[in-house]
Design a protein around this ligand. Structure first.
Ligand SMILES: Cc1cc2nc3c(=O)[nH]c(=O)nc-3n(C[C@H](O)[C@H](O)[C@H](O)COP(=O)(O)O)c2cc1C
Length: 196
């Protein structure tokens, strides 16, 4: 079968994209507003944009309600030029889900999700203290693309639990990352090398 995105239309194309680019990692992004309100939201349109300098990229879509012209994450990053990307371990999945719901801009989403904010070293945006890896980022640039905005962040600090980092390797079993499928989720089902 061959499908033309023009025929499918935006909604079906979105469904196809999110079911074919799988599994996706989830950037759990913490920011702080110009007024000092902490914000948290997950983004699965996420990857490494450059290895040197270490740069991450997320894609922020349009807001689906009428509360504000853009998502709080994008507005906060535009205002402060800083953010933190936290890894979602399976044990934090429900808190991540809670933080994805539309909260008023003045709501502290750490509190709403039952999480605590830890001070970052170089950026004003806090880390999630329960996250096993967090990366402090400084904004490198924002590229509008169609309905979305690509947000590029230069990694300036990595935080990882001591027990998870030995001899330059991350213990992925202990990290236990949550993956995004279409509308649902997955977790590690085994780690192996190729050829099998
Ligand atoms: C697992 C997961 C992944 C998501 N990925 C994205 C994404 O890549 N881009 C996006 O714009 N929204 C994504 N969302 C929706 C945002 O998290 C949601 O719109 C959130 O309310 C935005 O919060 P904010 O206004 O505080 O920035 C995702 C939601 C979930 C649950």
């Amino acid at each position: 079968m061959i499908l033309d995105p023009e025929d499918l239309g935006p909604r079906e194309t979105y469904k196809f994209l999110t079911a074919s680019v799988v599994p996706r990692p989830i950037a759990w992004v913490s920011t702080v507003s110009a007024d000092g309100v902490n914000n948290l939201a997950p983004f699965s349109f996420y990857t490494v944009a450059s290895r040197d300098p270490a740069t991450l990229v997320i894609s922020v879509g349009e807001r689906t309600d009428d509360q504000a012209p853009e998502k709080d994450t994008l507005r906060n990053i535009e205002d402060t030029r800083e953010f933190v990307v936290n890894v979602v371990s399976v044990s934090l999945a429900n808190a991540m889900h809670e933080s994805s719901l539309n909260h008023a801009p003045e709501a502290d989403e750490f509190r709403a999700a039952g999480l605590s904010a830890a001070k970052s070293e170089l950026v004003a945006a806090p880390r999630i203290s329960e996250a096993r890896i967090s990366t402090e980022c400084r904004l490198d640039g924002i590229i509008p693309i169609g309905s979305d905005h690509l947000v590029l962040g230069r990694a300036v600090r990595f935080h990882i639990l001591d027990d998870l980092y030995k001899s330059g390797r991350v213990d992925l079993e202990a990290l236990d990352p949550l993956g995004r499928l279409a509308g649902n989720y997955t977790k590690l089902g085994g780690i192996f090398n190729l050829p099998m």
